[in-house]
Design a protein around this ligand. Structure first.
Ligand code: THU
Length: 133
C-alpha cells in the first residue's frame, strides 16, 4: 500500500465515523476496508435502543463489502476518538475472510495519530471451524 492509498483509507474510515449512529454510547467508530483491487468499503457503528443489537463499524464494513461482491482485502482502517482495537467478535468476522490483515488504528482526538497492528497479532489461535464446511 503506497502513502496515497494509506491516506485515502484513513480518510474513508474518518468519513465513515462521521456517519456513525452512536446515540446511546456517543462513541463513534468508522471503518474502511481496502480490497485487493483497490476499492474502499465503509462501515460505521449502528446502535439500537435494545443495546445488544448494536452493530460494530467493522462488521458493517464487512457486510457492505460482501454485498458488493468483495471478499479479498489488503488493509483495514478503524477511526475512533481513542484509536481502539476491534472487539473480539469483529476479529473473528474479519478472520473469516483474511488469514492476516494490516489494521490501521486511527486516533482522532486530541490529535490525529495512527498505529498499525495486524489481525494475526490481535487474534492468535483463532477458531478454525468444525471441519464440516
Ligand atoms: N464499537 C465498534 O464499532 N467497533 C468495535 O470494535 C468496538 C465497539 C462500537 C459499538 C458501540 O456502538 C460503541 O462502539 C461503544 O461500544
Amino acid at each position: 500500500m503506497d502513502d496515497v492509498t494509506r491516506q485515502q483509507l484513513i480518510l474513508a474510515a474518518q468519513e465513515a465515523r462521521a456517519q456513525a449512529y452512536a446515540t446511546y454510547s456517543k462513541f463513534t467508530v468508522g471503518a474502511a476496508l481496502l480490497t485487493t483491487d483497490g476499492r474502499l468499503l465503509r462501515g460505521c457503528n449502528v446502535e439500537n435502543r435494545s443495546l445488544g443489537l448494536t452493530q460494530c463499524a467493522e462488521r458493517v464494513a464487512v457486510g457492505n463489502a460482501v454485498v458488493e461482491g468483495y471478499r479479498d482485502f489488503q488493509a483495514l482502517a478503524i477511526a475512533s476518538c481513542t484509536g481502539v482495537t476491534p472487539c473480539g467478535a469483529c476479529r473473528q468476522v474479519l478472520a473469516e475472510f483474511c488469514e492476516d490483515l494490516p489494521i490501521l488504528l486511527v486516533q482522532e482526538e486530541p490529535v490525529s495519530a495512527t498505529r498499525e497492528v495486524s489481525l494475526r497479532l490481535l487474534l492468535p489461535d483463532r477458531f478454525g471451524g468444525t471441519g464440516a464446511a
